[in-house]
Ligand binder design. Structure first.
Ligand code: F6R
Length: 241
């Protein structure tokens, strides 16, 4: 595990971009595991700039997103597919056919989970981008999720619904369930890049940095992948430097 503590979000996003570019440098057909949420937005902005400067192409890339809300319409701009289109896909040369999400619009959601799992088992990610939940969740694997979990339907915890409600008009309108990639599948990446910003993440990050592996902190499962890089800002870092 490598931990890098940086002064602010801008530097975090710059460092994340460097790790990303390095990880895919020699790959002809890179495979990315992508996260939504506020934390990777700066990274995606930088990747768009890199693309505009001709430093990177997504032409032959495949992407797999961590999760998708259940209950929003396909057209709803708050679903995660829209998020990715807005922040990355529409601004680079990726073929949308090569961008994958759990299918939350299938009548049989259990089948969707199985199909996504099957797909993931064929594509080990070159780099998996992750954010960290305030309660230690990764993707929408909430505390208590077994580390050998595969793609599944999840009821979001109150704390996660509250954190997500900032993008909705009210708590009631905020989706309470999702399909998420499982922890075992998240770990199946050559490199995991965990981005952590802000004071609210301090407690969860501490469990991880203390090396305590517990299902009460799903992110601690990441310690089982030796190729883990954590970039955090000063506010999130739980120790004195
Ligand atoms: C997003 C995801 C979530 C977020 C986490 C942190 O696809 O799966 O686990 O990474 O909730 O969210 P932000 O970055 O908004 O603090």
């Amino acid at each position: 595990m490598r931990v890098k503590v940086v002064n602010n979000y801008e530097i975090l996003s710059k460092e994340a971009e460097s790790v990303f570019l390095e990880a895919i440098k020699l790959k002809e057909k890179p495979i990315f595991g992508l996260a939504t949420g506020s934390t990777p937005i700066g990274l995606y902005k930088n990747l768009v700039n890199s693309f505009n400067e001709g430093k990177i192409s997504f032409k032959d890339a495949k992407t797999f997103n961590l999760d998708e809300y259940i209950g929003l319409s396909k057209e709803d701009t708050r679903n995660y597919k829209s998020f990715m289109n807005e922040n990355l896909f529409s601004k680079v040369d990726i073929d949308l056919k090569n961008t994958f999400f759990p299918d939350v619009y299938n009548k049989d959601l259990k089948q969707s989970c199985l199909s996504y799992s099957k797909l993931l088992s064929n594509y080990k990610r070159d780099i998996q981008i992750l954010g960290l939940g305030e309660n230690g969740h990764i993707a929408f694997n909430e505390p208590g999720t077994e580390f050998n979990s595969k793609t599944h339907i999840v009821k979001l915890t109150e704390s996660t619904i509250k954190a997500n409600s900032r993008f909705f008009k009210s708590l009631e309108e905020t989706p309470s369930s999702a399909i998420t990639m499982g922890i075992e599948e998240i770990l199946n990446a050559h490199l995991i890049l965990l981005l952590v910003a802000g004071e609210k993440k301090k407690e969860a990050l501490k469990i991880l940095l203390d090396g305590k592996i517990t299902i009460e902190c799903p992110a601690s499962a990441l310690l089982n992948n030796p190729n883990l890089i954590i970039i955090c800002d000063k506010e999130a870092y739980p120790y004195k430097e």
